[in-house]
Design a protein around this ligand. Structure first.
Ligand SMILES: *Cc1c(COP(=O)(O)O)cnc(C)c1O
Length: 232
């Protein structure tokens, strides 16, 4: 049983080739394994294959897996929508949060992040092209949110995240990712400090994301296979 291992080799290979085409160092691109709906045993298999970063969307499901896998040195990323009454466990049990899209959530995560922990690494989720999406701050409100997060001592703003509409056409995929890249570049200038992380690219568009500067790609299906069920 080396299913995950083989998939990981394939994804790493795609990253390598996309990076070469873009004249980028493949080591500047981190693979986050998106493990929502996958059992703890699948994550353990993935960990053994060398994948140590996992992204989860549903808090309760994530906490159960963290419990079952507490013997492993996993770096946990929260990538799902955040309800404000869930900010305490998220601040306590994750190293990264990719999906901040309003000030209230940032403030609460900051309040609940313990002094004993390192600052919580966070990204602002930006609504790039999916107007119907409930998640993500509109492009023209990102600067204001970034400035508020900059005031919070227990959060470290690392960059931006987006989930553009699923598209087949490479050029269209690039157009969306370029918008996020441009926004990052301009925010960086306005704020006067680096925003190194561009969390963008999933199974179907990782090549385009890498061409546009992605530093962290979030891969579910192409590592674990199709999703089976949804839990909450
Ligand atoms: C599910 C999910 C992914 C992974 O998507 P795949 O197409 O399965 O690779 C990435 N990011 C977020 C926020 C997700 O919810």
């Amino acid at each position: 049983m080396h299913r995950f291992h083989d998939k990981l080799i394939e994804v790493r290979d795609r990253v390598q080739r996309a990076a070469e085409r873009a004249n980028r160092n493949p080591e500047d691109i981190t693979i986050l394994a998106v493990s929502k709906t996958r059992d703890a045993s699948r994550l353990r298999e993935a960990y053994t294959a060398g994948q140590h970063l996992f992204g989860e969307n549903y808090l309760q499901e994530a906490l159960e897996k963290q419990n079952a896998l507490s013997d492993l040195n996993i770096e946990w990323h929260f990538i799902g929508p955040i309800q404000s009454n869930k900010t305490k466990p998220i601040a306590e049990h994750f190293t990264w949060v990719h999906s901040i899209d309003r000030e209230k959530i940032a403030t609460r995560l900051n309040e609940h992040r313990s002094e004993n922990n390192q600052a919580l690494n966070v990204c602002i989720q930006v609504k790039i092209d999916d107007e119907l999406s409930k998640s993500g701050v509109p492009v023209n409100e990102a600067e204001k949110l970034a400035r508020s997060i900059g005031q919070l001592p227990h959060l470290k703003l690392q960059g931006l995240m987006a989930i553009p509409l699923a598209r087949k056409d490479y050029q269209e995929q690039c157009n969306a990712f370029q918008q996020l890249q441009k926004l990052r570049d301009s925010l960086q200038q306005k704020l006067g400090y680096p925003l190194p992380t561009l969390s963008m690219g999933m199974s179907n568009d990782l090549e385009a994301a890498i061409a546009c500067g992605a530093t962290l790609i979030r891969i579910g299906t192409d590592l674990f296979g199709p999703r089976e069920k949804k839990t909450t």
